[in-house]
Design a binder for this molecule. Sequence first.
Ligand SMILES: [Mn+2]
Length: 389
Amino acid sequence: MENLWKQLIDLLKRAPSTVHTTPSSDEQEPDCREQILTALTECRKDINEEDLPDFITFAKEFFTNNPKQDYYRLLDISQSDEDNRIVVIGDTHCDYNSLATIFSKLSLSKDYDYLNNARFIFLGDYLDRGAILFEYLKLLFTLKTILGDRCILLKGNHELVGSVEGMLISRVIPANSCPLLNEYCNDTEFLDSFADYFSYLPSYLLLKTRKNNILLVHGGLPREEYFDQCLVSDETGELICDDIIRNRILSNMIWSDPRHMNVIQTTDTRFEFGPSHFDKFSEINNIDMILRSHEPVTNGVESFYDGRLYTIFSTGGNTNPDTGYSYVTNPSFAIINNDGEPRFESIYYRLVLAPTLFYYDNPVTIQPPFDDLHLNDEFIKMNGNNAES
Ligand SMILES: [Mn+2]
């Protein structure tokens, strides 16, 4: 095990001998690649009860350096001459294996230096359901620190947490992260900062590319009654409406779910919408595509409305001990280019070496092919036919 482990780390560190880098400025960019690859293994070390004070100190420092960040609205790459790649990651729910494997897989690409150049947009739901909260949060916060503005964490419904009299309370039931934090982190200042950080995450991002305007959001669309009360600004991506309406709309967008057929909206917080609802909203607001997460889909990706809306789910794997969603057999993520064409990558499929890094004793089960195998093919070329078996 020891030798294999060392070989794998060495392999990952040397993988792309020639990588395409985006010439952004004359300034020397920091080498994020090495830092991220180190973090993937360092953060995996168990955080036991005696290590919690260190974790709390680390997290407090993170919250201080990353205050409320509810300001992302628009990311415009439509005029850019650089080769931009946007990596979109769906729900991860405290699944260390899947989060780490996405980054280790991207590190193997030979045609683009993802860890040094790509932007990473997370669609929310970091908390609850998964097996290891503290190690996962340490990795997530470390990645955000290394990537800075290249990492945008959007808010999911599981991030609707508040601190009431020194206890974390979640609006999601059951919420297993909050009881754990309340039990082990009896530190009011920490719990307040924790609630503050997650409550103020931005709820959506509008990505303008050469061909498509893409809305990135955890759930989906607002109810129809708000359609004529809001517009998405083309310049700033902001919702133009009054504060009360804005809050209702943002809540809708964190909770709603698309359906293939037209449906009657329910009165619950979590409501459903169909193709005509989607068409109407996207026409009013000039939106071509929506990428969202929120619902576990077995294949990791599900397409709606002729490929104009996708659900992406990024935790799962039927032998993955970190996931609460083992029935999601093919958890996936997306990569968007300058034209705004998304392609979908399976996190574990066909990869033998990289996932073993994070699986420890659990062998990876190979899944049937799903979609574009761009990165997988590079990996196979690099490692010979063994990677396919
Ligand atoms: Mn959700």
